[in-house]
Write a protein that binds this ligand. Structure first.
Ligand code: BES
Ligand code: MN
Ligand code: ZN
Length: 489
């Protein structure tokens, strides 16, 4: 999808399909500019259809022999409540209304209320990402519905170079959605590692994959314990982006990469939705999506490490017993009182490894706890951090990306819930505050001198229904927040 700017405004624009956003207030006045395009009949048509520009309402008109020949009006609701997310939603609704047709699409929105660059990027991303469809596994796929060309009508004073990051960021989100959507028989730890190597090769990242023996050698007993009940080998993935010139800051981002989580001997039963647990590699998808975007954007001054301890949590004769005690690579002994709290075991060794790289900051993303879904639902991820500055930076990056994120407390006394009679720590605390004890568990594996944040994306990785710019299914959550955070260091 090519994006262009058309500062001249509605009167000077020609194209096949026109999308216009309208506020509830002064609706008739807003139509004055449009009416001439339709020989004065528009106001009457809208009255017939009872269109009042309520947020989320869309009407579409086919205009025989017209230029444009389709007009889509999108309600923007109350101007006082309108924000960048409203702009994204309006773009998504408009795009879905014209999808599947070829020709130039023009979109006219209240750009003037926003920072021009932020508005253009938000609408560019929303348009493209709302049309994403995963047709890889269909024999007779419907047609893909990408737009050929999108004109941002009436957008003034924009440096077009700022539009250049839209494509790499969307590619990253699309990759993440495909990874999360892929079934666990296809997207195995090996397949994930191969995809990572391909990203690295395409865009010049350093790459390394540690095999089981390599991980044994550095004592990754927590991670390997999770993988030992699977017939598939674990793959520990480490990609590095090295900028040209001097490195001023070094970052590590770590993603939970369970290509399937059966729960292990604490098997997922009842309402636990075992069939959804292919999405338990959503953290790694965000990390690899960000790696793809960053490897194309190639920001200066920052080195970024992308780390995934990939494996499956399965059940066989060698699987972990509930009650096993294992040793992580920092020497900490862990009593595995619940084999379904496996993500934190893999992350423990991945975090120790990341600290060994001596980065300035570490961010991990993980579909870690059902408790986080209960707390925040499926539109907001939980954020825990040992650094106010890092937490604020990530919140800002998420806000700019339109991804929901909310900081959660790390109350030290809750660590008592992880006390083990025999080992240094156990992997599972009480049900209450389950996402907080999970974060406190991870903190045990991070050097206190390094800024660290943990993002629990258990709710946001997947959407049951089409919502905003997300399709039903994998959302690709995290890529846009990570990329914003990295490039704004
Ligand atoms: N992958 C799950 C977390 C999860 C649950 C993600 C539901 C999305 C939806 C994780 O490995 C898990 O099983 N966590 C347990 C932890 C518990 C045993 C302490 C959970 O949340 O139930
Ligand atoms: Mn689990
Ligand atoms: Zn899991």
């Amino acid at each position: 999808m090519q994006i262009s700017i058309n500062p001249a405004g509605l009167q000077g624009w020609t194209g096949a399909m026109l999308i216009v956003g309208l506020f509830e207030q002064n609706l008739e006045k807003q139509l004055i500019d449009l009416d001439p395009l339709f020989e004065g009949s528009l106001t009457k048509c809208l009255q017939q259809q009872n269109f009042t520009a309520k947020a989320g309402k869309v009407v579409s008109f086919q205009l025989l022999n017209g230029n444009p020949d389709q007009l889509v009006l999108v309600g923007l609701g109350n101007q006082q409540e309108f924000n960048l997310n409203g702009l994204r939603k309006a773009a998504a609704l408009g795009a879905r209304a014209v999808a599947g047709r070829s020709g130039v699409v023009g979109i006219h929105l209240p750009w003037g209320l926003f920072n021009t660059e932020e508005a253009a990027i938000a609408v560019g991303e929303a348009t493209r990402l709302s049309l994403f469809k995963d047709l890889r596994f269909k024999n007779n796929p419907e047609k893909l519905e990408n737009l050929d060309r999108l004109d941002l009508i009436g957008l003034e004073n924009l440096n077009e170079a700022s539009l250049q990051k839209i494509d790499p960021i969307c590619q990253g989100v699309e990759l993440a959605r495909q990874l999360v959507g892929a079934p666990p028989n296809e997207l195995t730890p090996k397949a994930l590692a191969e995809i990572a190597l391909l990203i690295a090769k395409e865009n010049d990242l350093k790459a390394k994959v540690l095999e089981r023996e390599d991980c044994q050698e550095i004592g990754m007993g927590a991670y390997l314990a999770v993988s030992q009940g699977s017939d598939l080998d674990p793959k520990f993935i480490h990609l590095t982006y090295v900028p040209q010139g001097e490195v001023k800051r070094r970052l590590a981002i770590v993603g939970k990469g369970l290509t399937f989580d059966s729960g292990g001997y604490n098997l997922k039963v009842g309402a636990a939705q075992i069939d959804m647990m292919k999405f338990d590699m959503g953290g790694s998808a965000a990390v690899l999506g960000a790696a793809k975007a960053i490897s194309e954007i190639r920001p200066n001054d920052i080195e970024v490490h992308f780390i995934v301890a990939a494996c499956e949590n399965m059940v066989n004769g060698s699987a972990v017993h509930p009650g096993d005690i294992v040793k992580a690579s920092n020497g900490t002994t862990i009593e595995i009182n619940n084999t379904d709290a496996e993500g934190r075991l893999t992350l423990a060794d991945a975090l120790v490894y990341s600290c060994g790289l001596k980065p300035d900051a570490i961010v991990d993303l993980a579909t870690l706890t059902g408790a986080c879904v209960i707390a925040l639902g499926d539109e907001i991820a939980g954020l825990w951090s040992n650094s106010d500055q890092l937490a604020n930076d990530l919140k800002k990056a998420a806000d700019a990306a339109g991804e929901g994120l909310w900081r959660m407390p790390m109350r030290n006394s809750y660590k008592d819930g992880l006390k083990s009679m025999l080992a240094d720590i156990k992997n599972t605390g009480p049900r209450q505050g389950g996402s907080i004890t999970a974060a406190l568990f991870l903190k045990e594996f991070v050097d206190a001198s390094i800024q660290w944040a943990h993002i629990d994306i258990a709710g946001t990785v997947w959407s049951e229904k089409e919502r905003g710019i997300d399709p039903a299914g994998a959302t690709g959550y995290g890529v846009r927040t990570l990329v914003n955070w990295i490039i704004n260091q």
